[in-house]
Design a protein around this ligand. Structure first.
Ligand code: SF4
Length: 57
């Protein structure tokens, strides 16, 4: 599956994430996903955006 998100061996250094129940989360508030998708279009507040790549542990 070419579009499947991979969990990397190193953190994605430009992403800070506090969702410590995510499969891709690592200590230090790091995300180890090789890519993430954030939704949704036409959001007008911070609260209206979320990470769609989130996967429960
Ligand atoms: S995939 Fe999304 S929710 Fe999961 S650690 Fe990365 S940024 Fe956070």
């Amino acid at each position: 599956m070419p579009n499947q998100t991979k969990k990397m061996s190193k953190p994605n250094g430009e992403i800070k994430c506090l969702v410590n129940t995510c499969h891709y989360y690592g200590s230090g508030d790091h995300c180890f996903a090789d890519k993430i998708e954030v939704q949704s279009p036409n959001a007008s507040t911070t609260e209206m955006t979320d990470c769609m790549t989130f996967l429960p542990e």
